[in-house]
Design a protein around this ligand. Structure first.
Ligand code: GDP
Length: 193
């Protein structure tokens, strides 16, 4: 596979969050076409009632209230093709958490997601970074190629959280981001971040 780490401008344009709030960065990874931009736009408030602070390209930052506590979450989208060595050092350290997305209607994207998890784990061995495996496009019932059980089992092997979403129907998208914040808080409370 080719090495094409496309310019992830967003990660480099990161704006400092408000100092009074705990803040985290989550990075979206996954094959092209699995729905990363759509998931990010929902988070950014472009497509629902969320009120985004601002949006630059594929990068969104906003405050979210989860379990009664406010946090700033920045969402970075990795815009490159995934080759063998796609995860350069900068990208591997750009996220406090990694959201790895595949399409339940495309088995190849599921397999690629597995490779991505391996690479993230390898690059971040020391700090046990939270990884959330996301099976998107759950609305495509008739063209499903990856079962819920497979997704769940795969996540369990790698000690990831797992959720199926439909960005198209905005199903489980809020749950996904809230889950990310909860994971990050857990790690921070344990003193890992
Ligand atoms: P990205 O390349 O990973 O950023 O994927 P995009 O967000 O650009 O989405 C690729 C295509 O899949 C677009 O046509 C989206 O409208 C569509 N798409 C994204 N999420 C869903 C979903 O949950 N269900 C369905 N049916 N289509 C989706």
């Amino acid at each position: 596979p080719e090495l094409t780490v496309a310019p992830c401008r967003l990660a480099r344009q990161f704006q400092p969050p408000p100092p009074h709030l705990p803040s985290y960065r989550a990075m979206l990874l996954g094959e092209p076409g699995v729905g990363k931009s759509t998931l990010a736009r929902i988070f950014g408030g472009v497509e629902d009632d969320y009120d985004a602070d601002f949006a630059v390209e594929d990068y969104y930052q906003r405050s979210v209230v989860v379990d009664g506590e406010e946090t700033t979450l920045a969402l970075l989208e990795f815009c490159g093709q995934a080759g063998e060595e796609w995860l350069d050092d900068e990208l591997a350290h750009a996220g406090d958490a990694y959201i790895i997305v595949y399409s339940i209607a495309e088995r190849a994207s599921f397999e690629r997601a597995a490779e991505m998890r391996i690479q993230v784990r390898k690059a971040r061995q020391a700090d046990d970074v939270p990884i959330i495996l996301v099976g998107n496009k759950s609305d495509l019932v008739r063209s499903r190629e990856v079962s819920v059980d497979e997704g769940r089992a795969c996540a369990a092997v790698f000690d990831c959280k797992f959720i199926e979403t439909s960005a198209a129907l905005q199903h489980n998208v809020r749950e996904l981001y809230h889950g990310v914040v909860r994971q990050l808080r857990l790690r921070r409370r344990r003193g890992d971040l």
